[in-house]
Design a protein around this ligand. Structure first.
Ligand code: AHR
Length: 622
């Protein structure tokens, strides 16, 4: 095939073409990106997921129980751990097994715990290997506690070597001879390894590294379904996610566990700052996953709450909520340019009220105060009375994605749609449909990732109508999860973190940005089995050609002519795999082959090369 890239025409593209979507699903946050190593650190629960002692074991016959004391640590943390003498005297306590393991390396760990009770001895805090029985690091902490008040104790640990595996615990013990009573109460037991950018209360380094390599440009958060809440009254209350950890409420996530809000609004903004991501903030909009909806007459307080949230993020220190932000150590306002109203309001009984009043009420209130904010619908194709941006989610089969290559061609040029959730979730089948409710593959697989590339290239051709795209969900802790496949799979051991086939495809497309699309023609007329987009890069005189080959009968010989270019050489990067059904998974081999080669121009601006079936490629001129 001969493809001619015309020297003029086309459009500047969206600056945000590839981004990230995050919600606490699959222990993506607690037990994942949030670097806290202690599982169930504050025994928080709800009517959906009652408080419990998951993750805790007694040491030396101690009796562990959950207590709701009359003077709890805080109203956010009403339950605590009571550690009582059993039959044994001497050293007793408890151990926490972490999020299905604790990674122990020779670096600094910082921790803390609260205690209430009459004890004047020392606490011993240790990282221990269950596999070998070794104590990997230990600290002695002098007790400063009393019967009336909760006292915070801090400690640091520095193991001298890496543990043989992640089958480790953190234990806290004390000596019953210095105990004046029968028991002690503990709460908010915390342990952090080094975090990304050394942020206190920060994020797990290897997982942020995996995101950072994608060179993503936006972060859509905090959901997904998770923003919606399972049922009343568990909507996403942003104000309960900021401030000291002991005052943060937990919340039943949409995905089978209580979430701590350890990654709160400020942690999201720090994440955006650290990776240079444009925040796309989803706000709660009066609709629960249970189908409950706030009546029009009762909606105003919730809208006010969103305006308060925006003032918290963007207001000067003179404003009520801006001054609260400043009091938490963040005097400089952030800038929010995109706000999405809810999530998938076309589902779970939300559509009628969304169309009738909910979307408009939020849209009007936000744009009246912040006319520059792009307000987004949580779906597409809504008969919207005003010009808003929208969000298109697509979970389909490989063929389903390829059939949507031209989906956005029909949209007007001033359209603005985010593809906030994109993933191949089901294999090709005769009816070309997703069997919702049946198990999905555990990991992205190559033919699906190529099909996603076809769809994403179709989007790129339509930029700037498309704000950008993000794969969803991003993370899955392989020990406890509700949804597969995901972009990245992990467990407690950072050496197991698995970057999927789709991660490789997105990395290639995202890191090779077309800043200005150029029109193309081809010797074959139509498009497929090779799908492409071409244009100019950020640097003057740089040209790019991106392609995916899906279901060709053999290798494809491709000649690309960048009309007007004087380039004499180019770099060609080709991703392929031996097996269309191969997946990357923790501990498995890398199934994506990355082939980088130099292509010498046949004549200035003309490049010829071969692409195999089921490949994704980028050619950049030098
Ligand atoms: O990404 C998983 C879920 O899929 C999201 O929470 C929801 O928006 C969609 O239905």
């Amino acid at each position: 095939i001969n493809i001619y890239v015309l020297p003029e025409g086309g459009n500047d593209t969206s600056p945000l073409q590839y981004g990230l979507m995050f919600e606490d699903i699959n222990h993506a946050g607690d037990g994942g990106l949030y670097a806290e190593l202690i599982r169930n650190r504050a025994f928080q629960g709800s009517t959906v997921y009652p408080a419990n002692l998951d993750g805790y074991e007694p040491v030396n016959g101690a009796v562990l129980s959950l207590k709701n004391l009359s003077n709890p640590l805080s109203s956010s943390m009403p339950s605590s751990l009571n550690v009582a003498k059993g039959v044994q005297n001497g050293i007793i306590g408890f151990a926490n097994t972490g999020w299905w393991g604790i990674e122990v390396k020779p670096h600094n760990y910082a921790g803390s715990f609260y205690v209430k009770g009459d004890y004047d001895g020392d606490f011993s805090v240790s990282l221990q290997s269950i596999t070998t029985g070794d104590v990997l690091a230990t600290a002695r902490v002098k007790a400063r506690c009393g019967v009336h008040d909760w006292t915070e104790h801090r400690y640091n640990l520095r193991p001298t070597r890496q543990a043989s595996d992640t089958n480790n615990t953190l234990s806290i013990t004390f000596d019953t001879k210095d105990l004046k009573d029968e028991s002690l109460d503990f709460n908010l037991i915390s342990l952090f390894p080094p975090t990304w950018n050394n942020r206190p209360n920060g994020l797990r380094i290897d997982l942020v590294e995996a995101l950072s390599e994608l060179d993503a440009k936006f972060l859509r958060f905090p959901g997904g379904s998770d923003i919606e809440g399972l049922l009343s009254p568990y909507w996403y209350k942003w104000n309960e996610t900021v401030g000291p950890l002991k005052d943060r409420m937990s919340r039943p996530s949409a995905w089978g566990y209580e979430e701590s809000n350890g990654i709160g609004l400020i942690e999201y903004m720090n994440w955006c700052d650290d990776l240079g991501l444009e925040p796309i903030l989803a706000v709660w909009d009066g609709h629960y996953l249970s189908g409950e909806v706030i009546n029009e007459a009762d909606l105003q307080p919730y809208i006010e709450d969103t305006l308060n949230q925006l003032e918290f993020l963007m207001g000067s220190v003179e404003t009520t909520y801006g001054s609260w932000r400043a009091s938490l150590g963040y005097p400089k306002p952030w800038k929010i340019n995109y706000v999405e109203i809810g999530n998938e309001d076309n589902l779970y009984g939300g559509l009628d009220t969304y169309i009738a009043y909910r979307f408009k009420a939020y849209f009007d209130a936000i744009t009246a105060k912040y006319p520059d904010i792009t307000v987004m619908e949580s779906l597409t194709g809504m008969p919207s009375p005003q010009r808003a941006a929208s969000d298109y989610h697509q979970y389909t089969t490989p063929d389903g994605f390829v059939s949507q290559f031209s989906y956005f061609d029909q949209f007007p040029i001033d359209n603005r749609t985010l593809n906030g959730e994109v993933a191949t979730v089901y294999p090709n089948n005769p009816s070309n449909s997703v069997a919702w409710g049946s198990p999905f593959p555990l990991y992205p697989w190559w033919i699906g990732s190529v099909a996603e590339a076809v769809f994403l290239i179709g989007e790129e051709r339509n930029s700037p109508k498309i704000i950008g795209a993000s794969y969803a969900p991003t993370f899955r802790n392989i020990n406890s999860w509700a949804w597969s496949p995901t972009l990245i799979a992990f467990d407690a051991d950072s050496s197991h973190t698995s970057l999927s086939t789709s991660w490789h495809v997105i990395k290639l497309l995202s890191r090779n940005r077309i800043a200005h699309n150029l029109p193309t023609t081809s010797s074959e007329g139509g498009i497929g089995p090779i799908y492409w987009v071409a244009g100019q890069g950020d640097k003057p005189e740089s040209y790019l050609f991106k392609a995916a080959v899906y279901n060709s009968t053999g290798d494809m010989s491709v000649a690309v002519t960048f009309s007007g270019s004087r380039a004499k050489s180019a770099t060609l990067t080709v991703l392929s795999s031996q097996d269309p059904n191969a997946s990357n998974y923790p501990g498995g081999p890398e199934v994506v082959q990355t082939n980088v080669s130099s292509v010498v121009a046949k004549s200035e601006g003309v490049f010829q090369f071969t692409l195999p079936n089921l490949s994704v490629a980028v050619l950049t001129t030098e």
